[in-house]
Design a binder for this molecule. Sequence first.
Ligand code: NAP
Length: 290
Amino acid sequence: MPEITGKTRLGCLLGSPVAHSISPQMYNYAFRKLDLDYVYLCFDTSKADFASLVGRLKEMNVFGFNLTMPDKERIIPYLDELTPAAKMIGAVNTVKNEDGRLIGHNTDGAGYFRSLRCTGYEASRAPMTLLGAGGAASSIAVQAALDGVPVLHIVNRRGRSWQQAQRLAEVICRETSCRADVTDLADTEAVTGCIRESGLLTNATSVGMTPAEDACPLADLSGFHEGLLVTDIIYHPQKTLLLKKAEEKGLSTLNGMYMLLYQGEAAFRFWTGLQMPTEEIKERYFDGKL
Ligand code: NAP
């Protein structure tokens, strides 16, 4: 580790839980390699007064921070500016402090589609079914439309983010050539129809994440078909019940490890303007963990 000095600047991850995150290893390795006088830590915000925490980070002149659930939407009122992508998505996972101005961006969707390239899957070739409409799902939905996915089925429960699912579908249909629609997760027959028509199924809900590893977001897997790529953006556990069930049916799968890597690469570029040593970091912290 380089010496921490009086000039070292802090960056961090806010959210809950955060203790399992690989982000500190990833970014601190990159800062050391590129000789940047930065350090990155994780802070669990479950008991924090969020407004005063954001104010303090600004006072401490942090270079930036990342947000994970449940903080990606609640950060927005405290920001001075949103990038066009973050505005369309309605959620922020990366904030840059530019001389006291906090600028919000979202790199989750770009990271997800960059990770898909590792499988050779061509996103624009077939419809996609996306489970969830929270912060990460919204970013993936917008990026899907921008990357040329022709039809996007957003499947969500009628809960907190139901309206966000409707808003997303409307924005996507209005501003891109993708046809987006929303299906209730409880309508098993309709969900099965969406999956049957899709080439790609993505779980972007938190269902199946540690410690609830015996949970699966889908009640009925009869829509699974040959050629369907099943992906989960969860990486803890490395193989969710959804991915295990897909593999039992002989389907290809991908977890969220590489999405984490590539959304981090995009955040690093947003903060520093530099290319992260991504391949080295991939070999050191990610490969063999898929
Ligand atoms: P979020 O904003 O809280 O969204 C969670 C989504 O899951 C919402 O649509 C929510 O619906 C749905 N959901 C939660 N519990 C459910 C249940 N029991 N049944 C059906 N739907 C349920 O969270 P997020 O930030 O988008 O993160 C989602 C997951 O992605 C987390 O596991 C996170 O760790 C992972 N993630 C991975 C990466 C990566 O780089 N690999 C990046 C970001 C996030 P309601 O609104 O109705 O609750």
